[in-house]
Design a protein around this ligand. Sequence first.
Ligand code: NAD
Length: 482
Amino acid sequence: MSVQQQDLIIAGRRQAACSGAVFDVLAPEDERLMAQVARADSADVDLAVAAARKGYSAWSALAPKEREAALLRAADLVATQGEARLLDTLIDESGSAITKARFEISYTVDLLRTAAGEARRLYGDTFPNDNPQRLSMVFREPMGVVAIISPYNAPLSLLTKMTAFPLAAGNSVVIKPSEETPLTALALGEILVEAGIPAAAINVVTGFGADCGAPLTAHADIDCIALTGSTATGTVVGAQSMQRMRRCQLELGGKSALLVLRDADPVASANIAAQGIFTHAGQICMANSRILVERPIYEEFIAALKQAAEAIHLGDLRDERTQYGPLINRAAVTKVMGHIEQAVTEGATVLTGAEIERGLVIRPTVLLEPDRSSAVWREESFGPVASVVAVENLDEAIAVANDSDYGLSAAVLTHNIQWGFRAARGIRSGSVHIGMHAFQSNALAPIGGVGLSGIGRSGGKYSTEEFTELKWVSVSLEDDGS
Ligand code: NAD
């Protein structure tokens, strides 16, 4: 297979990096060289931000119905051409199984359509004034140029969510995708330009965190930062944004808990739990990597979870039966295997897995009763590893779920409505799902977390709120303005 060469997108047009530098993109499945992509640095960031500033004037001046129409055209392009233009890139670049890649494409269509609707919903407000001769109102306005920094795990749908809603609100964007998955981002950028969004409003700078992401977040002429990524990066970017008092939306890591209560069916619960942790090899921020099971069904549950994990198909990425493929790179494999080995050294039992299947593919792994201070229990492994512990009752399950620095998502499996809602109210987390696993998506939902999982929410009207400013405007009805 030939090695592609890909340039940046500045003001909608392809151009090489100012320095002429490129970097390699490897396909995780076999670590072959897929592409060489322009490696942007601060000079390219300057060009992209300057273009985006011009693009902001053009795009924000359009009527809401014109912004809506452009985003709907983008949705139609993805719906009709996504298989041809995006599917192979997604599979090869991010190591996605075909079912996951197809899900990303269809969810991208939903996100673009939902965002298109938001273009018409930039509602303001009015409020009473004690002086009857004065009117007070609130204008909702776009923020300007939004810097968007995205991760590798869902390179199409996450980036779309991060981009489409700010655009709907009238902002322009400079996108800095993960260095692992620039090709998907460039393909999306082309689709947005083709859909008729003013070219200058769409800019994609490909490169690394240190020499492309950092100058972007530090740039004097951006108005807002949206980062989806690790908590380590979020800490740096968040601190940077405060240097200039810029709004910063951070969607970061997770260590989601799944509670399996005593009335739940152990076999059905094990299947749900397996899906919630092993989808895309656990490279999902909301993956339920901590599973808390009430003692009366613990033995039956773990027997069923072992069976579910061992039944997972790890074949060719283009085989519909394949549930997941490789981790993104060798460093990720080393980290995940390190977490497993450390947990075992510290007393955890391996129920299944803990081995490499091939290349960067790790078998579905279930650890029992890891030490509650071990990395696998406390830190995000971002791999196909679930830890299971027994708990005595619901109160203990809620307490254990809350004993985490993270708070992105959680789930509870029970048929008892009171127990389900007690868990939903008691767990400190951005979302809690009853009767499902913890990895859920919905274009209208407020996705985000508490604690080290981040700040802010994205999706539907919640994104509109994040990516707009409020302005109080008042008027005197008296001629002398008193
Ligand atoms: P990462 O933090 O390594 O990288 C994310 C992005 O930040 C990349 O584009 C990277 O180049 C950039 N970056 C790195 N250092 C930077 C710096 N100093 N300044 C500016 N940009 C910088 O994350 P990743 O490994 O690509 O993605 C996996 C992580 O993302 C996991 O922690 C996962 O939980 C998280 N994630 C969170 C959500 C959510 O909705 N909360 C969704 C998906 C992924």
